[in-house]
Design a protein around this ligand. Structure first.
Ligand SMILES: C[C@H](O)[C@H](O)[C@H]1CNC2=NC(N)=NC(=O)C2=N1
Length: 105
């Protein structure tokens, strides 16, 4: 079974506004403002990832957390990435953590 989606389908999914897609990977950066808040966000991401059995790459730094999502089994984006992206953004909102605007590099 393949649930691959295009970048356009990813962006059309509810709750994915914080995310950019580059080279088949969805990425977002959350401006946590402190390491401790970053740890809280990573903790929430860990719970969401385990319950979805879908696991992002997470880069915890001061003062931001970068998250990347891809479905290894399909070699690109799937519905699972869009769904988890929306849940991660929701967790960030609950912690009052904004997403950084997309980079223009
Ligand atoms: C067997 C299990 O469902 C797979 O290994 C899952 C686990 N977590 C995963 N996480 C991610 N990001 N991509 C996957 O394809 C993936 N596969």
């Amino acid at each position: 079974m393949s649930d691959t989606i295009t970048s356009e389908q990813f962006h059309a999914a509810d709750g994915t506004q914080d995310w950019q897609v580059l080279d088949g990977v969805a990425a977002a950066v959350f401006a946590t403002g402190s390491f401790a808040t970053g740890v809280q966000l990573v903790d929430a991401i860990g719970e969401l990832a385990e319950s979805a059995n879908h696991h992002p790459d997470v880069d915890l730094r001061y003062p931001s957390v970068a998250v990347r999502l891809v479905s290894h089994d399909v070699g690109g984006l799937s519905d699972r990435d869009a769904a988890l992206a929306a849940r991660i953004s929701e967790a960030a909102r609950e912690l009052d953590v904004p997403a950084e605007p997309p980079s223009t590099d």
